[in-house]
Design a protein around this ligand. Structure first.
Ligand code: SAM
Length: 305
């Protein structure tokens, strides 16, 4: 299909796992392996690569970009956990949350754990990373992935995030939350298909149910008493799961506001939520994606308007 064709044309993105190596060492290894490095990209068009050329991403210095069909599944760097195969857009949430080493944080809907391993790398494995997922099988996959990536600061639990008690003493120092809940996946280029209008009602009902789940997760996340920042992301292109969920949440939680993200990023959240980021094949050469960063106003939250 046409959509599949677009999918085949997306660059291949690789995140360098700084728990195991450095960007410099990964680049050197790849050069010795026959790839040719063109330096850091300056424009979106620099991400259109052929053969064995590769560049460093414009905005995310730990992301390397290759031509669309580059396959790393059998590559040493992948098998040794030095590189993670992850779309550039899905590297945004952990990068933007940027939890300092030593902090306590929650990855609320974590499996299969690409963002968890990214968070651990940013924290340099120092601190406590509580990661929840409802699906035991996906959590098992995640444990394998984290082992290969050298992650050691995680505390995995096969638990419904909505049933995690925000007032439990073990979470008293949680200041950061990454929330990447189940979504329609409508941004995934390979999953997109043309739904006939007869199915529109079903699609709308599913979106409404996902949005209500996403809003409950978001509201729940904001209940952790020491929370400073929460990053919310989906791989959906539907405003019902993105801007609408965030808008409803902010109305219900006046102590929180949006943080303006990456001024240089070319695609913004839909008006008026332009502090948020969107991603798409056309504007960012990635799958469709949405990210919002919420922060608590101040320590004296309840005295504020
Ligand atoms: N953040 C993951 C990553 O980057 O690898 C992807 C997460 S995926 C979009 C959403 C996950 O949420 C699924 O693994 C699903 O099993 C999990 N999930 C759904 N409902 C949940 C709940 N109530 N509590 C915890 N996890 C849940």
């Amino acid at each position: 299909s046409v959509k599949q064709l677009i999918g085949d044309k997306l660059p291949r993105y690789v995140r360098v796992n700084t728990l195991k190596t450095t960007v410099e060492d990964a680049v050197d290894y790849l050069k010795r392996d026959g790839f040719s490095y063109l330096g850091q990209a300056c424009r979106l068009d620099d991400l259109t690569l052929t053969e064995k050329h590769f560049v460093m991403d414009l905005y995310l210095p730990e992301v390397l970009v290759f031509s669309p069909k580059t396959d790393f599944h059998d590559h040493f760097l992948y098998k040794a956990g030095h590189i993670i195969l992850q779309d550039k857009a899905s590297c945004l949430p952990a990068f933007l949350l940027n939890p300092p080493p030593g902090s306590h944080l929650i990855d609320a809907c974590a499996a299969p754990g690409n963002k968890t391993s990214h968070l651990a790398a940013i924290m340099k494995n120092k601190g406590k990373l509580f990661a929840f997922d409802l699906d035991a099988k996906r959590l098992a996959t995640m444990a394998t992935l984290l082992l290969r990536a050298g992650v050691t600061c995680q505390h995995l639990a096969n638990q419904d995030f909505l049933k995690v008690d925000p007032d439990s003493p073990q979470f008293k120092d949680v200041e950061y939350i990454l929330l990447d809940p189940s979504c329609s996946g409508s941004g995934m280029v390979c999953l997109r298909d043309d739904t006939s209008s007869a199915d529109q009602e079903k699609v709308q009902a599913r979106l409404a149910s996902l949005a209500s789940f996403q809003l409950r997760c978001l509201n729940h996340g904001l209940k952790f008493p020491r929370l400073k920042r929460l990053v919310y992301s989906t791989c959906s292109i539907h405003s019902q799961e993105n801007e609408d969920v965030v808008t409803a949440c902010l109305q219900q939680n006046p102590g929180f506001r949006l943080v303006s993200l990456l001024a240089q990023w070319p695609e913004r959240g839909l008006e008026p939520l332009t502090q948020c980021l969107r991603a798409s094949t056309a504007k960012t050469r990635t799958h469709g994606f949405f990210v919002a960063l919420l922060e608590k106003h101040s320590e004296a939250g309840n005295t504020e308007q």
